[in-house]
Design a binder for this molecule. Structure first.
Ligand SMILES: Nc1ncnc2c1ncn2[C@@H]1O[C@H](COP(=O)(O)OP(=O)(O)OP(=O)(O)O)[C@@H](O)[C@H]1O
Length: 661
């Protein structure tokens, strides 16, 4: 059992970060070659297998990680390198390098991927030469992107999306993904560049950012060794180079539509990764836990890399800036936890040969078994012709022909060598048997998990139906209460009409000032007449009497009934303002009610739509005749669903139908 190896890499401070912090002080303090802390976050000390400082070169990182990973893959072990960290922390720089193009082995800034290609093919050439051609290597490369919980084939962007599947023979694999044979670093790098270009093109045309998706470059390294017996030993290692999406949590607030779905899926896949790691850490500490690998495409696909059959390396990339110290601390905590996971890597090997060769080998082995293993040994032949194994108890042996025994006796000088071959083949058989047992246990676990999920979703479905009913009742009640809204609207309309009438009456009324002007005019006239009255005393009334009379006339005229009828009453200003305020309040109230109604209707519609998709999809799944058709229905239905609960339910239903999704 080997722990996952964790390497931390601090990138140099960027210009923007320097401007923002106005300081070049690093948030990360390197205390020793493998120990760091973040004082501004009052963090504990973090201990890793290797700490790459700001001035670490790409060559340093390759020497610490890439070279070791390639060596293990050449021997037949699975290997994985993950680059983890917040957006902009240097994941792509570490994995790919500074440029999108491959400028050759002299480029100092090329990353782990090109360097691994170079070392891999250099070692293959060495091994083939050392064994004088008895060992031959074959490499295949594929390249995928996981975005929004969907797998895209980056080497064939025109194809539909791919599905992750599992079977006893191949383990977990991406079904239908393009695999290209590569024979040297340039061919391998060409595959990588093509995939990267397709990723950028898709990102631009589909309006998505590469920092929001995971990319996985997968190499299958097969070695074929020709044995003296005529049999061929096949070793197969899978080497995954993974550039993860930015590890910061995506904000769901003020996000909607595709962006909301995207952010929710990134959070989901990252939190699943965190949950898987937490469960594995618990298991390493002796607790019994179920690991939910199937909760995200990434963890399911890379199941072996986390707690399984793989030599795994995690590179925790961080920024040194003070403004990123919280994210940096979070990355280091994640990496610290991941370091506790224990993997069990074994060489993946198998034997192949034609039927006569295999039959001959079996005969020879049977003979050796009969000859070399006595009934006294811990594992050996019992008198009744069965093989006692320490692991499996008594197992019946295939019949041994007399000629086989004779042949074995005749070949006594090579008995020791053949005994070793027998042991070797038996170990292989045992391993296979154990692997099958483990697989069976895993299937049983998965079935149990699915049953639990289905039951949980049944309960959720029931609850959702209840919620739906309640919401429908609420809407019905709102609709019943709608007369209130109508009353308010009618009241509002009546008030508006009243105001319009008042305004038109106001404009139709002769201006009071006109009357005053007329009054003043008349006063002037009166003064004129009064001045002349002295000359004509006795003919005209006195000036003061005339003014009084005129004023009395005006006042009495202004309040006479006839006058009131001719000029509508001007409302008081306060009444007018009060009315306007009332109208405004009614309008707000109506708007609120309408908003609430729209919101509820929208929620109900999306729930109903989701369930419609789920039901339709389930019906179509039941009718679908082939696995491929079922997988397609499962994928397209999933894309159409927005709500999380409906998605979970659909995943459970779809996986029951398709069994392997
Ligand atoms: N060790 C380093 N030395 C010099 N420059 C670096 C280093 N690491 C990262 N950079 C630079 O920092 C910037 C961000 O790096 P990069 O794109 O690799 O981040 P990332 O983590 O992959 O971001 P995303 O999640 O958005 O893909 C790039 O301009 C890159 O060239």
């Amino acid at each position: 059992m080997d722990n996952i190896q964790v390497f931390m890499r601090i990138r140099p401070l960027s210009e923007d970060e320097f401007k923002r912090d106005r300081s070049a002080e690093s948030a990360v303090h390197v205390l020793a070659d493998n120990t760091v802390s973040i004082p501004s976050q009052r963090s504990e000390n973090f201990v890793f297998d290797f700490v790459g400082r700001e001035d670490s070169t790409q060559e340093d990182v390759f020497d610490a990680i890439g070279r070791r990973a390639v060596e293990r893959c050449i021997q037949g072990y699975n290997g994985t390198i993950f680059a983890y960290g917040q957006t902009g922390s240097g994941k792509t720089f570490t994995m790919q390098g500074a440029r999108d193009e491959f400028t050759g082995p002299d480029d100092e800034l090329r990353g782990l991927i090109p360097r691994c290609f170079e070392h891999l093919f250099h070692r293959i050439a060495e091994e083939e030469a050392r064994t004088a051609g008895r060992v031959k290597y074959l490499c295949r490369a594929s390249y995928i992107e996981i975005y929004n919980e969907t797998i895209y084939d980056l080497l064939d962007p025109m194809t539909r999306t791919c599905a992750v599947r599992e079977d006893i023979k191949r383990g977990v694999f991406v079904d239908g993904v393009t695999e290209e044979t590569v024979q040297d670093p340039t061919e391998a790098y060409d595959v990588f560049v093509r995939g990267t270009t397709n990723r950028h093109v898709s990102a631009t045309s589909m309006n998505r950012e590469s920092s929001r998706s995971h990319s996985v470059l997968m190499l299958v390294i097969q070695s074929l060794t020709q044995m003296d017996t005529g049999l061929t030993e096949i070793r197969e290692a899978r080497f995954n180079l993974v550039d993860l999406a930015g590890s910061e949590r995506q904000k769901l607030a003020n996000t909607s539509g595709m962006r909301l779905k995207e952010a929710a899926n990134i959070n989901k896949s990252l939190s699943t990764l965190g949950n898987v790691i937490n469960s594995l850490v618990d298991i390493s500490n002796g607790k019994s836990r179920h690991v939910n690998y199937r909760d995200s495409k990434l963890t399911f696909l890379l199941r072996d890399s986390l707690g399984g059959n793989s030599v795994t390396f995690i590179i925790a990339n961080v920024s040194p800036a003070m403004c990123n110290d919280a994210e940096t601390a979070s990355t280091l905590r994640f990496a610290q936890r991941a370091k506790m996971i224990r993997n069990k890597a074994v060489v993946n090997q198998d034997m192949h040969g034609n039927v006569p060769q295999l039959q001959a080998e079996i005969q020879r082995l049977k003979a050796q078994l009969a000859q070399l293993k006595g009934p006294q040994s811990a594992g050996g032949l019992s008198p009744n012709g069965t093989l006692r194994s320490p692991c499996f108890g008594e197992m019946p042996l295939p019949p041994v022909s007399a000629s086989g025994l004779d042949a074995a006796a005749a070949s006594a000088p090579t008995a020791h060598q053949e005994h070793r071959t027998t042991q070797y083949l038996l170990i292989l058989a045992m391993r296979k048997l154990r692997e099958t047992e483990r697989q069976k246990a895993r299937y049983a676990e998965t079935i149990l998990e699915l049953r639990n999920t289905i039951n949980r979703h049944r309960r959720q479905l029931h609850q959702q139906k209840m919620v739906l009913k309640l919401k429908a009742a609420e809407v019905a009640a709102m609709r019943r209460n709608a007369p209130l809204a109508y009353v308010a609207t009618a009241e509002n309309a009546a008030l508006r009409e009243e105001i319009t009438a008042l305004q038109s009456a106001l404009s139709a009324q002769p201006d009071y000032s006109d009357l005053l002007i007329e009054n003043l005019q008349m006063r002037e006239d009166l003064e004129y007449y009064a001045e002349n009255a002295a000359a004509h005393d006795g003919e005209l009334p006195k000036k003061s009497d005339a003014v009084q009379a005129l004023e009395a006339l005006v006042i009495s005229a202004a309040f006479s009934t006839d006058f009131q009828g001719a000029f509508p009453i001007i409302p008081d200003d306060n009444v007018y303002l009060g009315l306007e305020e009332k109208i405004k309040q009614s309008q707000h109230h109506i708007n609120d009610l309408e908003l609430q109604r729209d919101k509820l209707e929208f929620q109900i519609n999306s729930i109903e739509e989701d369930w419609q998709y789920v039901n339709d999809g389930a019906r179509r799944l039941a009718d679908a005749a082939t696995d491929a058709a079922r997988a397609e229905i499962a994928e397209t239905t999933m894309d159409s669903i927005v709500g999380d609960q409906a998605r979970d339910t659909w995943q459970a239903i779809a996986s029951v139908f398709t069994q392997r999704l």
